[in-house]
Design a protein around this ligand. Structure first.
Ligand code: PEP
Ligand code: MG
Length: 883
């Protein structure tokens, strides 16, 4: 097999399309080389090697070494150097690169190949001994940490002591000779800790670094990141080995990152940051606050530190030209990494840039306008789930703002919460329902869980491309970074701002749109869904086949869903209407009634309430289809629980509390989810279904009369497993319809259908479709009953299943296509076989999950139905699956 792919000098063995094999970084380095861009030569070890490595007890195949040697020779040829040869010094970087970008999740080693001998060569080659020894000590530090597993602090301590005894404040104050002393201390410390010397052999160093990158695929940070981003373990990471270029060779050298458009707003301007005389990771790490690339950005930021445009005009012009070329080539906004070594520009990475949802919309709409992409492509560029970010609240512009600090608007949206200073605390507080803002000097990959738990993130150091900023944008969390005027004191657990002191638990608000940090809670506004959002939605609507309905029963939800573009109600869960106000008392009377007569008396009280509920929904939906489901859940859910509640119901019914208590106990079920619920209620107490049917029909007649046109309700029977269950309930519905028609003299049109939410219903769908006029797949119950996993108890063990790789996704969140999906497919096919053109929809939670929506398109459902906030997501996902 071929395990190694080389690139450099205007040619490459791989290309951009090889992401699966070469990882994103490797594939794009190859592509940039083929485009003739300045890329340090190197090679990529494939992701297949990563899988082989893990499948074979962390070893390598025999033929690998020869391929590695050949690839090192390739770099040597292009650079005129030789790895390990002090006379023709060649140093390399070793970096991970998975198929999907995982910012900061895995390890990198720079300056590899340095040892006691080659460091002298670097000193004389560069003519800068200070630089050479600084590079060597950085290498020892990085390598010892990443490959040998020693803590950074070990070295920080030595360095701090050295600086103190030499009377230096900054690292840059150390001379070459002083660095040499530090290096000696570093090395003896490594030997002390590991009982063997720091490896001097460059080849040994290289093997160590390759192994460390592969191993980093399974470190805790990477595992957590994969879990949060649904990245399968089986993808593996590639390893990229490249000739070193140095951004820290003095003041004509620099390193930076940039986006071809603004990743926060989407504005079409080059956007980036750089640091003079610094090495790659310094920018991303957020340790020094970087400078702007363009003059325009510098002026806008009000910075007095010179831009790259001003400081290095030639390299700047070259960089602008390359960035435009790359954006046109990839036809997408690019995220670029570069280094300038003594005035010469080198490209280290290009990839599609992460962006906020707002920026994604703007970029897609503008690129379609520029003719760079089609409207369909624009629609496909938006991650449906990310639309959620746009539904975030922002601070009411009219609200009073007590600003305690201003930083960078690193990720949009506003958030209010209690201050916490560390990630474990953030997680703990979240778990007891508290809302927190994670406040840190800067974040690192160790903070992922805390960032996830927080409403928003605030850092006092770091730029727009710092860890906190990048990760928060990816998570869709508001973030303000680099608020230099705030001081976090971990020892005393305080945040100081403008002379005020805040402690853990104090409330602050951050505004990720302006970068402001505010004291207390501040009024928020709901988002505006116009402009670019509306444009993309319009294009999506034109492209999709499936309709999108909503699951809603309250007027407020129904109205909101319509404003989000819902095309009807796919599921009105009538039981939710039973809890309101004093209705619950009538419901309880109905349930606890001993005789049919008593039950009918209670139902008669409920009828007008239900009728007005339905009328309101029909009016809000103004002629769009409305599917109303008959009562579903086990009756005991409505029962009075406290003594007070029992007394109240007993009084209303004129029975003794004791009798009521007995009746309550008799309704107890061991397994209510599989008990007396769904159509089983309608079969045993048909008068409940009759009351609901009457309320629906009477409301339909009235709504029709008011609107001057017919309302065609869809009545849905839940939890059907047997055709005869449906036959029985439908006969009752039909007879009520007949009565209402006679009473009102109005001809009523309606459909009677069923949920398909039991495996038996899917298997017998051809028979059920003889009676059912539509199906709605209730994939919540269908998942529960197919897996035999209780939907209410699954959380306690499914997460462990996920961690152990037994399942990749929670099947209650994203449809289990192989199993549950197979039943949906079968049900759809069998339903159509009996009743061609039978209306088919889905109303389980999966109806709002983009991956599941793709499957619904594939099996040809007519519509998906989801909660109101998911409606825009579903519209977009439905369009993408149709394109
Ligand atoms: C379902 O089971 O998928 C469904 C939509 O019904 P509910 O969640 O109300 O049981
Ligand atoms: Mg159900």
């Amino acid at each position: 097999s071929k395990w190694v792919y080389t690139f450099g000098d205007g040619a490459a063995e791989g290309r951009a399309g090889d992401k699966n094999l070469l990882g994103g970084k490797g594939a794009n380095l190859a592509e940039m080389c083929s485009l003739g861009l300045p890329v340090p030569p190197g090679f990529t070890i494939t992701t297949e090697m990563c899988n082989w490595y893990y499948a074979n007890g962390r070893r390598y195949p025999d033929e690998f070494e020869a391929q590695l040697d050949a690839a090192l020779d390739h770099i040597g040829k292009v650079t005129g150097r030789r790895f390990g040869d002090p006379k023709k010094l060649l140093l390399v970087s070793v970096r991970s690169g998975a198929r999907a970008s995982m910012p900061g999740m895995m390890d990198t080693v720079l300056n590899l190949g340095l040892n006691d001998e080659t460091v002298e060569a670097l000193a004389s080659d560069s003519g800068d001994a200070r630089f050479a020894y600084d590079s060597y000590r950085r290498f020892i530090q990085m390598y010892s940490n990443v490959v040998l597993g020693l803590d950074h602090e070990v070295f920080e301590e030595i360095l701090e002591d050295a600086k103190a005894s030499l009377g230096h404040d900054l690292d840059t104050d150390l001379s070459a000779a002083e660095w040499q002393d530090v290096i000696a201390l570093y090395k003896s410390r490594v030997e002390e800790e590991l009982e063997k010397p720091f490896p001097q052999d460059p080849r040994e160093q290289l093997w160590g670094a390759i192994g460390a990158v592969f191993s980093s695929w399974m470190n805790q940070r990477a595992i957590t990141y994969r879990r949060l981003h649904d990245i399968p373990e089986s993808w593996g990471t590639a390893v990229n080995v490249q000739a070193m270029v140095f951004g820290n060779m003095g003041d004509s050298s620099a390193t930076g990152v940039a986006f071809t458009r603004n990743p926060s707003t989407g504005e079409n301007t080059l956007y980036g940051e750089f640091l003079v005389n610094a090495q790659g990771e310094d920018v991303v790490a957020g340790i020094r606050t970087p400078q702007n690339i363009t003059e325009a950005a510098r002026i806008a930021a009000g910075s007095d530190r010179p831009s790259m445009e001003k400081l290095m005009p030639d390299a700047f012009r070259h960089f602008v030209e390359i960035s435009q070329r790359l954006e046109n080539h990839y036809r997408d906004m690019q995220d670029l990494e570069f280094t300038i070594e003594r005035g010469k520009l080198w490209m280290l990475q290009t990839r599609s840039g992460k962006r906020t949802a707002k920026a994604a919309l703007k970029i897609a709409v503008e690129m379609a306008g520029e003719g760079l992409i089609t409207k369909h492509e624009a629609v496909c560029r938006i991650d449906p789930a990310s639309l959620d970010q746009l539904l975030h609240p922002t601070i009411d512009p009219k609200a009073a703002r007590d600003v305690i600090g201003v930083g960078l608007p690193a990720s949009p949206g506003a958030a209010t919460g209690e201050i916490v200073f560390n990630s474990d605390e953030a997680e703990e507080m979240k778990s007891v329902g508290r809302k927190v803002i994670l406040v840190r000097v800067e974040t690192s990959p160790e903070d992922i869980h805390g960032m996830h738990a927080a409403q928003g993130i605030l850092t006092t150091r770091g730029g727009m491309t710092s860890h906190a900023a990048v990760v928060a944008r990816g998570m869709g969390k508001p973030c303000v970074s680099g608020v230099g005027s705030l001081r976090v004191d971990h020892k005393s657990g305080t945040l100081t701002a403008l002379g005020q002191t805040f402690r853990k638990g104090d409330i602050i608000t951050i505004d990720g749109g302006s970068g402001q940090v505010l004291k207390g809670a501040v009024p928020m506004l709901q988002p505006e869904l116009s402009g670019d959002f509306a444009a993309i939605m319009e294009w999506a609507d034109a492209a999709r086949r499936m309709k999108v309905r909503t699951n809603a029963e309250t007027p407020a939800d129904a109205r909101m869903a319509r404003s989000f573009g819902a095309e009807g109600i796919g599921l009105c869960r009538t039981e939710h209407m039973f809890f309101d106000g004093d209705r619950i008392t009538s419901v309880r009377e109905m349930i606890l009634a001993d005789t049919e007569r008593d039950r009918r008396t209670a139902l008669a009280k409920l009828l007008p309430m239900q009728r007005s509920d339905f009328l309101e929904l029909f009016e809000i939906m103004a002629g769009l289809p409305v599917t109303i489901r008959l009562l579903d859940p086990p009756l005991h859910e409505f029962l009075p629980k406290t003594d007070e509640e029992i007394d109240e119901v007993a009084k209303g019914m004129g029975v003794s509390p004791d009798k009521l208590r007995q009746r309550t106990e008799s309704l107890h079920e061991f397994n209510p989810m599989l008990g007396h619920r769904g159509c089983r209620l309608a079969v045993t107490y048909p008068e409940i279904a009759e009351m609901q049917a009457r309320a629906i029909f009477e409301a339909a007649v009235e709504a029709g009369r008011k609107a001057g046109k017919l309302v065609v309700p869809e009545i849905m029977v839940p939890l059907v497993g047997l055709k005869k269950e449906l036959d029985y309930v439908k006969a009752r519905i039909d007879s009520v319809a007949k009565s209402v028609m006679e009473e009102t003299g109005v001809a009523i049109e309606y459909l009677t259908g069923t949920m398909i939410e039991l495996p038996r219903a899917a298997i017998r769908a051809n028979y059920i479709a003889e009676t059912a006029e539509f199906f709605s797949f209730g994939t919540n119950d269908l998942t529960q009953t197919t897996f035999g996993i209780s939907r209410d108890d699954a959380a306690s063990f499914l997460e462990v299943y996920r961690q152990k790789g037994i399942i990749e996704q929670d099947p209650f969140v994203s449809l289990d296509i192989e199993g549950v999906g197979e039943l949906v497919r079968l049900g759809a096919e069998k339903g159509r076989a009996t009743r061609p053109g039978i209306k088919l929809g889905i109303c389980g939670e999966h109806g709002g999950d983009p991956a599941s929506i793709g499957f619904c398109e594939e099996v040809g459902l007519d519509y998906v139905s989801c909660s109101p906030f998911r409606v825009p997501i579903a519209r977009l996902a439905a369009a993408q699956s149709a394109i």
